[in-house]
Write a protein that binds this ligand. Structure first.
Ligand SMILES: Nc1ncnc2c1ncn2[C@@H]1O[C@H](COP(=O)(O)OP(=O)(O)OP(=O)(O)O)[C@@H](O)[C@H]1O
Length: 583
């Protein structure tokens, strides 16, 4: 993605408001110059006691110009701000649309606080590109040229002096500001990201930091990051102020020049004295209009830095997915049909890691079949589910769903047709109802109550409040609510990652029954550690260190007395199987 491509695309869509802003700004600028010039002329003219109608005419002109200037400025602000807010909203939407398919890759590489700073701060700072960089120079240059042309009717020398002033304020002053700014390039943005990362770290890990006595250290890091941000902001503000002061200095210098040159021209009879005040006022006003040029490069640089950081977010994540975010695959899963899944010699490794997570995994999940994946912790079970969910792309090998290679499937369609329970489901601040109705808010009250009953949560009311990240829920309650959420979806593929690991045996059995009953005609793949109840599965897959070591039915695996059998024996010794306990 080029630095500003997202931005320019959004700008094109707002071209009507942008053109109106430029027109408003031009009218306001011209009206301002004419207004003050007419005032200067009026004051000078009164010295010569002109006829009353001349004074009435001039005063009325000044008043009308004042009104035109105010109305045009209002129009410029209205249209430019409307365009800015629409631009920001488009940018955020475009950014999110690109971000969503890349989310797992991004979260692997970026701290969430940094990402937050990019989404909020960097996008917001792009507004300055439009408000301070893109359109003001067009207005300033056109108003300036019109003023120079106007001045040239009275004196070519004064017009040339104005031109010289314009060149200094447009090039020399901004170049001076840039020299000082080089040292602080992007510092504010980096410090803001650092502060945001420290803050999210503190908020996420508050309890652990407190328990392990690291809270004070973390608070100090936060204060240090905040101090550095303030310092960087002050330094940036100082550069801008320096630019503005230098601009004012040049303005006054040029206006004094106009005065001295005008006095000289009047003395040698080349110009009428009545025009002097008018030209000085015109000079002061036109430079006032061009004050934005002094800070333009600073804002341009800052916006470019922000755009770069946004582009970099995608570049980093795209290398971790199977394609560019721009090329959205279009194939969709068949509706109302159970999904078959095939993994053919799949290898997988996280982009920033050297260790292979999966090596040559070949598996077949028939449409409507039920599979359990078991194996030691860290053996790659979750990774298999994440690959099927298209959250990552295999480093090698093929994954095919219903005969279509996964790379050709639209990820959003795949997610919407899959009932997923992840190890750590996320809960939003809101009611139980809000958290259940994530996908389909047309579900009736009774349907919601039924699923709560099925997952053994009859005590929960739909209006009960859930805190952010489900803080006020036990792990078992979180799992049951996550399962309830999956039960409300109508996908024909179930991907479940240790969905009941925090439940007691009785509740686990009940909940699994409900789930298997709902999924009886669907394809179900469940990662689990407990081996009780796997007899009903069509297939059990045993994974160890990224390799499939055994596959078969419960009876087959028990008969061959291999890895699964060993695991079952150990489980029996440790806790006794649920069936044994029941007997
Ligand atoms: N985001 C990640 N970045 C890098 N490595 C990862 C990431 N997620 C997991 N891994 C590594 O991949 C390997 C397999 O992880 P995975 O979560 O698939 O195992 P698992 O069998 O599901 O483990 P568990 O039973 O503990 O959930 C582990 O060694 C883990 O450290």
């Amino acid at each position: 993605m080029s630095e500003f491509s997202l931005f320019f695309r959004a700008m094109l869509k707002e071209r009507k408001d942008i053109l109106l802003s430029i027109l408003g700004g031009f009218l306001a600028g011209i009206a301002g110059v004419v207004l003050f010039s007419a005032s200067g002329y009026l004051i000078a003219k009164t010295v010569f006691v002109p006829p009353l109608y001349t004074l009435i005419l001039l005063t009325s002109l000044v008043k009308i110009l004042g009104l035109v200037r105010a109305a045009s400025r209002y129009g410029e602000r209205l249209f430019s701000h409307r365009a800015t807010f629409s631009l920001l909203s488009r940018l955020r939407t475009d950014f999110f649309a690109r971000l969503v398919p890349l989310a797992p890759g991004i979260l692997n590489r970026k701290r969430s606080g940094d990402l937050l700073a990019r989404i909020v701060g960097d996008i917001e700072s792009l507004q300055f590109y439009f408000l301070r960089v893109a359109y003001p120079p067009i207005i300033v240059v056109s108003v300036f040229l019109a003023t120079v042309l106007f001045a040239s009717f009275f004196s070519i020398w004064i017009a040339l002096l104005l031109m010289l002033g314009m060149l200094i304020t447009a090039f020399a002053v901004p170049a001076f500001v840039r020299i000082g700014q080089h040292k602080t390039d992007g510092r504010v943005r980096r410090q803001r990201a650092a502060l945001s990362s420290e803050t999210t770290e503190l908020l996420y890990g508050f309890i652990d930091l407190k328990v392990y006595g690291r809270l004070q250290q973390c608070e100090q890091a936060l204060l240090a990051a905040s101090g550095e941000l303030t310092e960087a902001q002050q330094s940036d503000a100082l550069h801008l102020l320096r630019g503005q002061s230098l601009h004012s200095f040049v303005t006054f210098f040029v206006s004094w020049g106009v005065l001295v040159l005008g006095a000289f021209l009047i003395a040698n009879g080349s110009m009428a004295g009545v025009f002097l005040a008018m030209l000085i006022m015109a000079s002061m006003t036109v430079f006032d209009e061009s004050a934005a040029l002094a800070t333009l490069p600073a804002y341009k640089r800052d916006s470019a830095f922000a755009a770069n950081r946004l582009g970099e977010t995608f570049a980093a994540a795209e290398s971790n997915t199977d394609g560019k975010a721009d090329s959205k695959p279009a194939a969709k899963l068949e509706r109302d049909a159970a999904v078959s899944v095939e993994l053919d010699n799949v290898h997988f490794r996280y982009a920033e890691d050297w260790r292979p997570v999966l090596s040559g995994v070949s598996l077949q999940f028939e449409a409507g079949s039920k599979t359990a994946i078991v194996g030691p912790s860290g053996s790659g079970k979750t990774s298999i589910l994440e690959l099927i969910l298209k959250l990552h792309a295999p480093t090698e090998g093929r994954i095919v769903l219903n005969g279509t290679p996964i790379g050709e499937l639209d990820a959003e369609d795949l997610w919407s047709r899959t009932n997923v329970v992840l190890q750590a489901g996320h809960f939003f601040r809101g009611t139980v109802r809000d958290n259940l109705l994530l996908e389909d808010d047309s579900r009736s009250e009774q349907e919601l109550l039924n699923v709560l009953e099925q997952v053994n949560l009859p005590g929960k009311r739909l209006d009960d409040l859930i805190l952010e990240k489900g803080e006020n829920l036990s792990d078992g309650e979180k799992q049951r609510l996550a399962i309830a959420r999956a039960l409300l979806k109508s996908g024909r593929l179930w991907l479940l990652d240790e969905p009941t690991s925090s439940l007691d045996y009785v509740t686990e059995r009940r909940v699994l029954e409900a789930m298997l009953e709902r999924a009886k005609d669907d394809t179900l793949v469940m990662v689990c550690h407990r081996l009780a109840g796997l007899e009903r599965m069509d297939q059990i897959v045993v994974v160890d260190r990224g390799v499939i070591v055994e596959t078969g039915t419960y009876d087959q695996l028990m008969q061959i007395r291999g890895y699964f059998y060993e695991m079952k024996q150990i489980e029996r010794q440790m806790i006794g199987s649920f069936d044994d306990a029941e007997a």
